[in-house]
Ligand binder design. Structure first.
Ligand code: KIV
Ligand code: ZN
Length: 498
């Protein structure tokens, strides 16, 4: 009988706090729903004391999520814990997560606290959190660079105060898998009470070893893996949920460890996250990258045709990549459309289905064959164009190799309409400058265009990242016209900044 470990997902906290990954409350709710369908055990929904927006989003998520715990991060401060308690008031299974650094470097330089003060602060914060919530987790920030013996004393203070979980983060992505395993074993052996609580591991990916560290920690006795979808997170990110879960499932023969995640929801959830934050996975990204199941070399193709197992250690079906491609066109009706939507794993309300069908019909007028990828993109894009303070009404472009690009844009701005004209180095640059003339001074820091499908009439997806003095914002736009997709992506990012 395999041992079952918990999957603690921090996409909406550790992931969201990294540059370019910020989401508004509506987007966070959509991701939280996807995480619930994925059946993670804990959704860390944010850091309530960090901003009113974060607190509001945690509150909204706590209201709708029934099948997972919902956690809020807190420093070891009463004010932070009060904010978490309030945000989690409606949660079916609330979890207060407090953290404090335990490495000498962090204690001396950042916290300016002695070891005794850290032990005392840990105990008092966990005790305070326990007044409001039975499920309290304590994390020792920079645990992997802490004195293991001192780490155990801090964990003992947390356990005595009532912590249900103690977490061993590799905050700076420094540990090697053997070290993570050794530290988990050390805590289990030298920390009084450790065997009576859950032990979590939370590696970062600075040396590309986050997944290996999670698996090593779990094999050594940890019972909770802390991960994010697509590995988003501070710097090089966190351990990727899809890698950890598929690692457990593919190597069950060796590890004999299970988790409750519904692997068939992985692909869809990862795609939803990427389109929400306006990012794309590198083609060779494990599990979810475009090439993860592609076989280019003749020898490989031959092998796979004889038996997929020759070059595939897991199947695309196991992570929910739709296998049956139904190509729709402008004569396809609502029944075929609804069936395709369902086969892609979406469960839309009648109203959402109607809106998606309308968008499909508009696309089918421009594009002969509408594929699964197109439909998926349209559904994820749902409402984006009709929402927001700035919306595209129409545009005219003049461009050539002997003239400056000119863009004339008509935008809906709030309740009114405005027209703007700008010159630029090509049509995209001119369009972005025209938007800046109305919406403010943003600098473009990244821009990419991808075809969702093949062919000259492919649906193009533009991803942009812009910044101003307040922060960085990402946007996504879809159209069969690449200039229109680019303008929509830029407006989407501008609207997020408001
Ligand atoms: O990486 C880290 O140390 C963290 C803690 C706050 C849990 O994210
Ligand atoms: Zn972290």
């Amino acid at each position: 009988m395999p041992r079952t470990v918990k999957i603690f997902d921090t996409t909406l906290r550790d992931g969201e706090q990294s540059p370019g990954c910020s989401m508004n409350t509506g987007e966070k709710l959509e991701i939280a729903r996807a995480l619930e369908r994925l059946r993670v055990d804990v959704i860390e929904a944010g850091f309530a004391a960090s901003s009113p927006g974060d607190k509001e989003a945690i509150g909204e998520i706590a209201k709708i999520i029934k099948d997972c715990s919902v956690a809020s991060l807190c420093r070891c401060r009463e004010g932070d814990i009060d904010a978490a308690r309030d945000a989690l008031a409606n949660a079916a299974q609330p979890c207060i997560h407090v953290f404090l650094a335990t490495s000498d470097l962090h204690m001396e330089k950042k916290l300016r606290m002695t070891r005794e003060q850290v032990i005392e602060n840990t105990g008092s914060a966990v005790r305070y959190a326990k007044k409001f919530c039975s499920d309290v987790q304590f994390s020792a920030e920079d645990a992997s660079r802490s004195d293991p013996d001192f780490l155990c004393r801090v964990f003992e203070a947390a356990i005595r105060a009532g912590a249900a979980t103690i977490n061993i983060p590799d905050t700076v992505g420094y540990a090697l898998p053997e070290e993570t395993a050794a530290l988990v074993r050390y805590v289990l052996e030298h920390c009084e009470g450790a065997r009576g609580v859950a032990i979590a591991v939370h590696p970062h990916n600075d040396l590309g070893m986050a997944t290996a560290n999670v698996l090593a920690g779990i094999a050594a006795g940890a019972s909770q893996a802390e991960v994010t979808l697509c590995g988003i997170g501070e710097r090089a990110g966190n351990a990727a949920l899809e890698e950890v879960v598929m690692g457990l499932s593919t190597r069950r023969n060796l590890l004999d460890i299970d988790c409750r995640v519904e692997t068939k929801q992985i692909y869809r959830s990862a795609r939803l996250l990427l389109s929400t934050i306006g990012a794309s996975a590198s083609p060779n990204k494990p599990v979810i990258g475009q090439n993860a199941f592609a076989h280019e070399a003749g020898i490989h193709q031959h092998g796979v045709m004889a038996d997929r197992a020759t070059y595939e250690i897991m199947s695309p079906e196991s992570i929910g990549i739709p296998q049956k491609e139904m190509v729709l066109g402008k004569h396809s009706g609502r029944h075929a459309f609804d069936e395709t939507v369902q086969s892609l794993g979406f469960s839309l309300s009648e109203e959402e289905l109607k809106a998606a069908f309308k968008a499909f019909k508009a696309l089918a007028d421009k594009k002969k064959n509408v594929t699964n990828n197109d439909i998926e993109a349209l559904i994820k894009d749902g409402g984006r164009e009709t929402e927001g303070y700035y919306r595209l009404e129409s545009f005219v472009i003049n461009s050539g190799n002997t003239i400056d690009g000119t863009a004339i844009l008509k935008l809906t701005v709030g309740d009114g309409q405005k027209q703007t004209v700008a010159f630029g180095d090509g049509p995209v640059d001119a369009s972005f400058k025209a938007i800046n003339m109305l919406a403010g001074d943003f600098a473009l820091t990244s821009y990419s265009l991808n075809a969702i499908t093949d062919g000259g009439d492919a649906l193009g997806e533009a991803l942009v990242r812009i910044e101003n003095e307040k922060g960085q914002y990402t946007g996504r736009g879809l159209s069969t016209d690449i200039i229109e997709a680019s303008i929509k992506a830029y407006l989407n990012a501008v609207n997020k900044s408001l």
